[in-house]
Write a protein of this length. Structure first.
Length: 279
């Protein structure tokens, strides 16, 4: 039987409305001592469990050159950290439970369920990836929410009326960024003209179809990924990262990512459905 705590407030210092808001029963969402998913739960064989989760989702989680489900591993770790921030990981006397944010092909939500461990090095031992129905079979009906990455849905949409201020100095002079671009277009002398021209073309494309912009979550903020076609002008091979200025009147273009990096970041919020950002 799950253990719950009651959260109440002193009636002498809170209004009637506040007492109504807080005088309800909550599952325990205590502080989590580690931000490492691998350390929080003893997984027995972590790679094996990740492979099982990948199969359960029926989704592609590998870059073309890898077979280790690196995208899913990153997704799970970053989701775990956000759930800690959201205080959305349940702990009871007998088990811990959290929502992966993932679904089966039949759109059943998938949860990580781990039971109390007797091992000296881990408080919890992985039991399984369970759906709502399977958790109901063992008497669990209070389920934690998915990680929440935004409160303003408008941040997910690109506004074509706003200008984009691009940080060209970082994109073209930072060694890491230069290598990313050179791997696509080679060591050419007209990189500046090529990049500027493609960014202007991208602005026109996104103005015509705002859905080309794909959201990602980075450092606590929503950013947008915009496709760049540097090599042939047709096939997207990089993504410009932009975020809306705090005044909400223009975008700041921060850096350029490879398609693999962009997909890895975007998948944290949701599976990208735009055909330019695929594996």
């Amino acid at each position: 039987m799950p253990h719950y705590e009651y959260i109440t407030h002193n009636t002498s210092t809170h209004s009637r409305k506040e007492r109504t808001d807080y005088h309800i029963m909550y599952p325990q969402y205590p502080p989590i001592a580690t931000t490492s998913l691998y350390d929080y739960i003893y997984w027995k064989d972590y790679n094996k469990q990740i492979n099982a989760l990948a199969a359960l989702t029926g989704e592609q989680w590998n870059f073309s050159s890898r077979t280790d489900n690196a995208i899913l591993k990153n997704y799970m770790q970053q989701t775990f950290r956000k759930l800690i921030e959201d205080k959305s990981i349940i702990q009871t006397q007998n088990y811990t439970l959290f929502n992966t944010g993932l679904f089966t092909p039949l759109y059943e939500q998938i949860y990580v369920y781990a039971e109390k461990s007797t091992l000296h090095f881990s408080e919890w031992i992985f039991t399984g990836f369970y759906t709502e129905y399977e958790l109901g079979n063992i008497g669990i009906h209070d389920l934690p929410p998915r990680a929440n990455y935004f409160s303003d849905p408008s941040l997910l949409l690109f506004d074509p009326t706003y200008t984009i201020n691009v940080q060209y100095s970082h994109i073209l002079q930072d060694e890491t960024n230069k290598r990313r671009i050179e791997e696509i277009v080679g060591n050419t002398t007209n990189t500046i003209s090529l990049l500027r021209g493609e960014i202007e073309m991208m602005k026109l494309k996104v103005s015509e179809n705002y859905k080309l912009a794909v959201p990602q979550y980075f450092n606590g903020k929503i950013q947008l990924l915009l496709p760049l076609c540097l090599k042939d002008g047709i096939t997207p091979d990089m993504a410009l990262v932009v975020s809306k200025n705090e005044t909400g009147h223009f975008y700041q273009g921060h850096t350029c990512l490879t398609i693999e990096m962009a997909y890895n970041n975007a998948r944290l919020i949701s599976k990208p459905y735009m055909n330019w950002l695929t594996l």
